[in-house]
Design a binder for this molecule. Sequence first.
Ligand code: ATP
Ligand code: MG
Length: 568
Amino acid sequence: MSNNSEHKAADFIRAIVAEDRASGKHPHPVTRFPPEPNGYLHIGHAKSICLNFGIAEENPGGVCHLRFDDTNPAKEEQEYIDAIQRDVRWLGFDWGDKRFFASDYFEQLYQFAETLIKKGKAYVCSLSAEEVRDYRGTLTRPGRESPFRNRTVEENLDLFRRMRAGEFPDGTHTLRAKIDMASPNLNMRDPTLYRILRTRHHQTGDAWSIYPLYDFTHCLSDALEGITHSLCTLEFEDHRPLYDWVLDLSDPPCHPRQIEFSRLSLEYTVVSKRKLIQLVESGAVTGWDDPRMPTISGLRRRGYTPRGIRDFCRRVGITKAPNNVELALLENCVREDLEQAADRAMAVLDPLKVVIETWPEDQVEELTAPVHPALPERGVRTLPFTREIYIERDDFRLEAPKKFKRLTAGGEVRLRNAYVIRCKEVIRDERGEVVELRCSHDAMTLNAQPEGRKVSGVIHWVSATRHARAEVRLYDKLFTRPDPDDDPEGGSFMNCLNPQSLVVLQDRPVEEGLAAATAERHYQFERVGYFIADHGDSTPGRLVFNRTVTLRDSWAKLQAREQEGEGR
Ligand code: ATP
Ligand code: MG
């Protein structure tokens, strides 16, 4: 989609970009996605990625940088940098040669800081962190000026250079902007620009004993890279005056415009790296890429697709309004993509044995079925039909409700892609539980309706003697409450973990051809749901399928039960 002035822009930010193009102010927008490499990317980041890379793609000559905001070496790791790059690429975006690190600019930032000192706009403060907090005041109480605020330029320069040289222990001094301790905006009350942190940095090694803070770094990095539109989430709105203050005084090559939009939050989900780390470290999930995690790598392992996620971000849109989105929207976007993308297969998750007495003992008929019913070009698959098969326990009822269109004692049903069978006898164990059905088949019904009667129910099946076996992992919501942070007792989101979020079914019969399933291949198990071969654990010798999503959401499924028979 192009965004020239004749078309209505999709959102207010794209409208600004289009306006700036039309006026010639910024003929080629330059945006950036600036993750801090202190955790894995999550679905909230996907919104920002789709916005920033999307604008670059939609506008001729547009560019989007990937910039690591790496100002806190204590929390950052190479593992996160690698994961972030992998995830952005997997989502389908490309930064070309525009990959940067804020740490690339440490020397320039340092020089800007000296410039501020020389202009009398920054000073070395020797209050402790606790004192700084106390002096800052509150929303209702103005701050107090630091006793070090009026150090001379010479003294400040000397101390700042010695901070850089590593002469002082961590926490003994900071460099602060000299703005206004009475400002109603707390961010303007002499914010800290540099702190002493004698920690090794993943990019710069031991070169630095001081590190710039986010607010100072971010605006200058944007400016040094020639970013035209610096798009960020709403919590940075109150930081914008500081962003502009630094840029006005530092006289960098350009002055990007910061524009804020609302964060994405999702029902039954937490999207904050701090909380995601807690889930990983507590062992509540198996790792950052656990299929229950809202991380990009977790969604990927769950079987969500880049196209589904991008479509979701497009539908969510960009506004300033709070953005708490229903999980069903994301699931639907994924379902819609998988409907086309996924091959069809059959799997029986809760097997009940059926013996077809009219079928000869050793006879195997190779039936064929389409790989995708609507896309003949995807070809056919082979299904061995044998005397003993499995059907889903739930597809048989001794006492069936009136509209039950599956198998009943004495009743008929069509086996998907195969014959119509009739249940002749029900075998039960001593506790009365059904353990086997004895059936007959109607040889005239392969891909044809039986003569003189209508059989509308269709159920899936797998040969009991010719199949593969798989572990099937059924995933559900990680939390029991739509807003996991809203604990009635005021407790943590960790209190509402869903104990049913993972159910593992071992050793289930699946269609024989699935033995060749390669990792990350998507399937629709007919009538059951969408699944993906797990890329961590599934191998040709040990199949593991993760349930991505059910065929319909649960409400729709109940309805569908009523009108069963159309079998997707
Ligand atoms: P978190 O709170 O999860 O730690 P963050 O904002 O600190 O997130 P960053 O790595 O700094 O994480 O984020 C990189 C970019 O992604 C920022 O521009 C940020 O505004 C954006 N972003 C982060 N979370 C969301 C979200 N939930 N919705 C939209 N954009 C987000
Ligand atoms: Mg951040």
